[in-house]
Design a protein around this ligand. Structure first.
Ligand SMILES: [Fe+2]
Ligand SMILES: [Fe+2]
Length: 225
């Protein structure tokens, strides 16, 4: 059986066409500073939503060091992306209002749909309430972080290549650390984890394609004079 990180690199080779499309979209995002700033703010929001979900659902008698570390690192990633907006367009001081995001509503819907899909997938499992909530967090976050890792790798390559003055090397190492730790926990709690994860990744791909299209549409709208 492949580990999640091995699966990511295998999928990268299998989905070279998708990677090329994502690269094209990212290239069009970064060539326009206004769109680039909104994109950075949107991924900051998504990191923030991840951190918030961990704190809202995993603060209980079973809160481990891993949970606190994960929540604080996601909060730091949200801050990291927010601060990097200054490298593109200084002093914007953005919040998370719809007009300050690139298809922000679609980004939130992507998150919510995944959460609902995971909830449905594990509904018939015999779990305590806290383990059900924990497994929901593990699957939802794992699926999102597999996508984020793929997207960030392509984005990181462009940032370095075009000398934007920042990179995602440290952040990517932390995301890979989260994935490895969450994979071990998923396997401990779910004997069907490989099959379930494959099904969830297929669902995620559909949701991501919709978000990706909305990002494309938003790029066209923002770049109109
Ligand atoms: Fe993150
Ligand atoms: Fe993470």
């Amino acid at each position: 059986m492949l580990s999640i990180l091995e699966k990511i690199s295998q999928d990268e080779i299998a989905n070279q066409n998708d990677s090329a499309q994502i690269k094209l979209l990212l290239e069009s995002i970064i060539e326009n500073p206004s769109i680039h700033a909104l994109f950075l703010n949107t991924i900051s929001l998504m990191e923030h939503l991840g951190s918030r979900k961990i704190l809202l659902t995993q603060s209980n008698d079973h809160t481990t060091e891993f949970i606190l570390k994960h929540a604080s690192e996601e909060a730091r990633h949200a801050l990291f992306f927010k601060k990097k907006i200054d490298c593109i367009l200084p002093n914007l001081n953005l919040g998370y209002s719809p007009h300050e995001l690139l298809a922000g509503l679609s980004a939130k819907i992507y998150f919510q749909k995944l959460d609902a899909t995971v909830r449905k997938s594990i509904r018939s499992m015999n779990l305590s309430n806290s383990n059900r909530s924990y497994l929901n967090y593990l699957y939802t976050t794992t699926v999102i972080e597999i996508r984020a890792t793929n997207l960030y790798k392509i984005y990181n390559h462009l940032l370095i290549q075009r000398n934007f003055g920042f990179h995602l090397n440290g952040l990517l190492a932390e995301e890979e650390g989260h994935l490895a730790e969450m994979e071990a926990e998923i396997e401990r709690l779910d004997s069907e984890s490989k099959v379930r994860l494959d099904q969830l990744l297929k669902q995620e791909e559909k949701f991501f394609r919709k978000l990706w299209q909305k990002w494309k549409d938003a790029c066209v709208l923002v770049s109109k004079p």
